[in-house]
Design a binder for this molecule. Structure first.
Ligand code: IVH
Length: 671
C-alpha cells in the first residue's frame, strides 16, 4: 500500500476510534493502540509533508497565536431563547403553540439547557472548515483553531454527510474538569475561574490555540442552521442524524406530549440537576415538528417555537454584613461571610465560606461589599466574587486573627499549608466540634445533641471527652441554660441508646484524622474489634483496601497517643458495645450479591440506614443515582424522580414488600 492510501486509512480509523472514545464514551481499543495509530500517521506525514491536510487528526493543535479573531457573518441568524420562569408562563407559551397547531398535546423535545457558550460549526462535504461564536447573532468571531482542539469535535464526519452543514451547539466545561483545572491553576499560582461557564468562555476566546488545547472543553450540538442536501420532518430526527454523523449530541432529552409532559420533564431534570456531570440552568422546550416551527416563525431575536424554562439560580448578589472565623474539630480556623439572606440554590443562605486566609486575600472580600454567592447542589455556599464596581469607600478589610478566637492560643500553620489551626488540645471549640462529630447521625447517632448543646456541655465543664457523655444524668444537666427537664431526660436516654452500635460507626465517631465513613467501614471489616485496630501497625493498616501510606500513618499516629487509647477503653467501660460486622455467609446466593441498588422514597419498616446495611450485608452496593447499570430500584412511599428515571430506563422496581421478601430469600445474615 502506498503512503497516501495508508494515510487515508489511518485517518478513517482514528476518526472512528475518536468518536467511540470522546463522543460515545465506549472505546473499542486501548489508549496504547490508539496512540500507536496516531504515531504511525505522524511518521508518515513527516515523511510526506505534502500529504498533510488541515482535517488530519495530527492537526488539532496547530498554527500561530492570533493577533485578533476574524469576523464571521453567519449564513443564517443565530437566535437566542426567550425565558419562562413559572408554570403560568409555560402555559402561555403552550397555548400559543396549540393555537397555531390547531390541536392540543403538541409534541415537544425537551433538552437540558447547557450553561456554556453558543457556537456554530460548519462542515463542507463532511470536513470541518469553520467555527464561530454567536456574537450578536449576525456576526460572530472565528474560533476555528480553538474548536479544533476539542477532541469530541469530529474533523471529518462519519456516514453520509451533506454538501454543507451548519450545526449549532454549546461549548462547556464539565464540573469535574472545572474543579481539576482550577486546582491546577491555583497550584501554578494563577487566578482560578469563577464558574464553569466563565471558564468555557475564557478558554474559547484565547488567541493562542495551544492554550485552548490545555483546557478541558466539551461540546454538545443541538440545532442545525443551513443544510444543503438533506431534509427533516422533526427535531428528534435531526438530532438522530447529527449523532449518526459522529457529532456529540446530548443523550439526555425528553420527547414529550403537551404541557403536562413538559412539566414532568422539568421536574425530573430539576431533581437530577446536581447529579449531572455538567451545569445547566434550565430546560429548553422545542416544538418537535419542523413544519409547525416554520409556521410559528420568530420575534426579534428568538424563535416562537422554543423557550428556555429556567431553573432557580444558583448564583446571586448579596451584601456582606460581617466576616468572622470559626474553629472546627481539627482546630482549622475557617473564615466565613455573614450575608444579607438570599434564596439561592433552593435554600436561604445567610453565611458563606471563604475557605482560608489565602482565598480571603485573593478574593479581597471586605465587610460592606456586594458579592456573588453561589450554592450548587450539596456544596457549602461560597462567596465567588466581589462586585468591585459597587464599592463606595465604606468597605472595611478584614484582618485575619493570629490567635484562636475561642481560647486565645496563637495559631499555627504548616510551612506549605494554607490552613491556620488552633494547636491547643484543650481548646473548647475543638472539643465541642469533636463531640458534635461523635454524636452525628452517621456516627453514634445521639438524637438531639446538636452544635449549641455540644458547646454548652463543653463550656459548663460537663464533658471533656466522649466518655463523659455516658456519665451525664438529668440532675447534672439541670444547670444548663435552655435545656428543660424533659429535654435533659430525653438527651440522657438518647445517649444511653447510642451504646448499642456498630463497629464502623464507632470507628468513624472517634474522629481519627483522614478516616471518613467508608474508611471506617473498611477498618471495621478488616479488624473486627477496637483493640485489634488500636494494635495494628502501618503494614497491617495498608493491607486494608483503599488505605494508603498517608492514611495508615495518620491512624497509627492517632493510636500512638496514650490518651486516645485510654478514651476507647473508657468508652467500652462505659458500656458502649460496638458490634463487629457480620461475616457474609453466602453472599453469592443472595439476589443482591454484586448488585447495585438505589433506594428512593420512605420505607415503612426500615430506615434508609437499615436498608443499606441489609443490602451490603448480602454483598450488594447502594448507590445514590439511577443509571443503566442499576440492578434494582427500591421505591417506598413518595418516591420521586428516581422512580421516574428507573421506569424511563427499564430498571426493575421493587416495592417494600418485594424488597423484604427478596432480602429474606437468604438465610443467615438477613435483616
Ligand atoms: S437552542 C433558536 N438548545 O441557550 C434556538 N440552546 O438563550 C437556539 N443553549 O444561545 C438555541 N442549551 O447558547 C438551544 N439545548 C439547547 C441549549 C441552548 C443551551 C443556549 C444557547 C442559546 C441560549 C439561548
Amino acid at each position: 500500500m502506498d503512503a497516501a492510501a495508508r494515510i487515508t486509512e489511518l485517518r478513517a480509523q482514528l476518526a472512528h476510534h475518536s468518536h467511540r472514545y470522546y463522543v460515545l464514551d465506549r472505546p473499542e481499543i486501548s489508549d496504547a493502540a490508539y496512540d500507536a495509530l496516531l504515531r504511525e500517521l505522524e511518521a508518515l506525514e513527516r515523511a510526506h509533508p505534502q500529504l498533510v491536510t488541515p482535517d488530519s487528526p495530527t492537526q488539532r493543535v496547530g498554527g500561530q497565536a492570533l493577533e485578533k479573531f476574524a469576523k464571521v457573518t453567519h449564513r443564517q441568524q443565530m437566535l437566542s431563547l426567550a425565558n419562562v420562569f413559572d408554570d403560568q408562563e409555560l402555559t402561555d407559551f403552550d397555548e400559543r403553540i396549540v393555537k397555531a397547531a390547531g390541536h392540543g398535546d403538541v409534541a415537544y423535545v425537551c433538552e437540558p439547557k447547557m450553561d456554556g457558550l453558543a457556537i456554530e460549526l460548519v462542515y463542507e462535504a463532511g470536513r470541518f472548515v469553520q467555527a464561530s461564536t454567536r456574537g450578536d447573532g449576525v456576526i460572530g468571531e472565528d474560533v476555528t483553531a480553538n474548536l479544533k482542539t476539542i477532541k469530541s469535535v469530529p474533523l471529518t464526519l462519519l456516514g453520509k454527510p451533506p454538501a454543507l452543514l451548519e450545526v449549532r451547539g454549546e461549548v462547556f466545561i464539565k464540573k469535574a474538569d472545572f474543579k481539576r483545572m482550577n486546582e491546577q491553576l491555583l497550584a501554578q499560582g494563577e487566578e482560578p475561574f469563577v464558574n464553569p461557564r466563565n471558564s468555557a468562555a475564557g478558554s474559547l476566546r484565547q488567541l493562542d490555540p495551544k492554550l485552548t488545547a490545555s483546557r478541558p472543553l466539551s461540546l454538545y450540538v443541538y440545532e442545525v442552521g443551513v443544510v444543503d442536501g438533506r431534509g427533516f420532518e422533526t427535531h428528534a430526527e435531526k438530532l438522530g442524524y447529527l449523532a449518526e454523523l459522529g457529532l456529540p449530541v446530548n443523550p439526555k432529552r425528553y420527547e414529550v406530549k403537551g404541557r403536562q409532559g413538559v412539566r414532568d420533564a422539568y421536574a425530573s431534570l430539576l431533581a437530577e440537576r446536581h447529579a449531572l456531570p455538567y451545569e445547566i440552568d434550565g430546560l429548553v422546550v422545542k416544538v418537535d415538528e419542523l413544519k409547525l416551527r416554520s409556521s410559528l416563525g420568530q420575534v426579534s431575536k428568538s424563535p416562537r417555537w422554543a423557550v428556555a424554562y429556567k431553573f432557580p439560580p444558583e448564583e446571586l448578589e448579596t451584601k456582606v454584613l460581617g466576616i468572622s472565623v470559626t474553629v472546627g474539630r481539627t482546630g482549622a480556623v475557617t473564615p466565613a461571610a455573614d450575608l444579607q439572606p438570599v434564596f439561592v440554590g433552593g435554600v436561604t443562605v445567610s453565611r458563606a465560606t471563604l475557605h482560608n486566609e489565602d482565598e480571603l486575600r485573593r478574593k479581597d472580600v471586605r465587610v460592606g461589599d456586594w458579592v456573588f454567592v453561589r450554592r450548587a447542589g450539596d456544596v457549602i455556599p461560597e462567596v465567588v466574587k466581589v462586585i468591585t464596581e459597587r464599592r463606595d469607600g465604606s468597605q472595611q478589610p478584614f484582618t485575619f486573627p493570629t490567635a484562636c478566637p475561642v481560647c486565645q492560643t496563637a495559631l499555627t500553620r504548616a510551612e506549605d499549608g494554607v490552613i491556620w489551626r488552633c494547636p491547643s488540645p484543650s481548646c473548647p471549640a475543638k472539643l465541642a466540634g469533636r463531640l458534635r462529630h461523635f454524636a452525628t447521625r452517621t456516627a453514634m447517632d445521639v438524637d438531639g445533641l446538636g452544635d449549641k448543646l455540644c458547646e454548652a456541655l463543653v463550656e459548663a465543664g460537663l464533658v471533656r471527652r466522649f466518655s463523659d457523655l455516658y456519665a451525664l444524668t438529668p440532675q447534672r444537666l439541670a444547670g444548663l441554660e435552655r435545656l428543660g427537664e424533659k429535654s435533659a431526660q430525653n438527651l440522657v436516654e438518647a445517649i444511653a441508646q447510642s451504646k448499642r452500635t456498630t463497629l464502623r460507626r464507632f470507628i468513624y465517631a472517634l474522629g481519627i484524622p483522614e478516616v471518613g465513613e467508608s474508611t471506617a467501614k473498611a477498618l471495621a471489616e478488616a479488624f473486627r474489634s477496637p483493640q485489634a485496630l488500636m494494635d495494628a501497625d502501618e503494614a497491617q493498616l495498608q493491607a486494608v483496601r483503599d488505605i494508603g501510606p498517608e492514611m495508615a500513618k495518620a491512624i497509627r499516629g492517632h493510636f500512638a497517643h496514650e490518651e486516645n487509647r485510654a478514651e476507647v477503653t473508657a468508652l467500652l467501660a462505659a458500656g458502649v458495645e460496638p458490634e463487629a460486622p457480620a461475616v457474609i455467609a453466602a453472599p453469592a446466593s443472595s439476589p443482591f450479591a454484586g448488585k447495585t441498588v438505589v433506594l428512593t422514597g420512605t420505607l415503612a419498616k426500615l430506615s434508609r440506614e437499615q436498608a443499606t446495611e441489609a443490602i451490603e450485608r448480602q454483598g450488594g452496593k447502594v448507590s445514590g443515582s439511577v443509571s443503566k447499570k442499576t440492578h434494582y430500584v427500591v421505591a417506598g412511599e413518595e418516591a420521586g424522580s428516581k422512580l421516574l428515571k428507573a421506569k424511563e430506563l427499564g430498571v426493575p422496581v421493587l416495592d417494600e414488600a418485594a424488597f423484604l421478601a427478596l432480602l429474606q430469600t437468604v438465610s443467615g445474615p438477613g435483616l
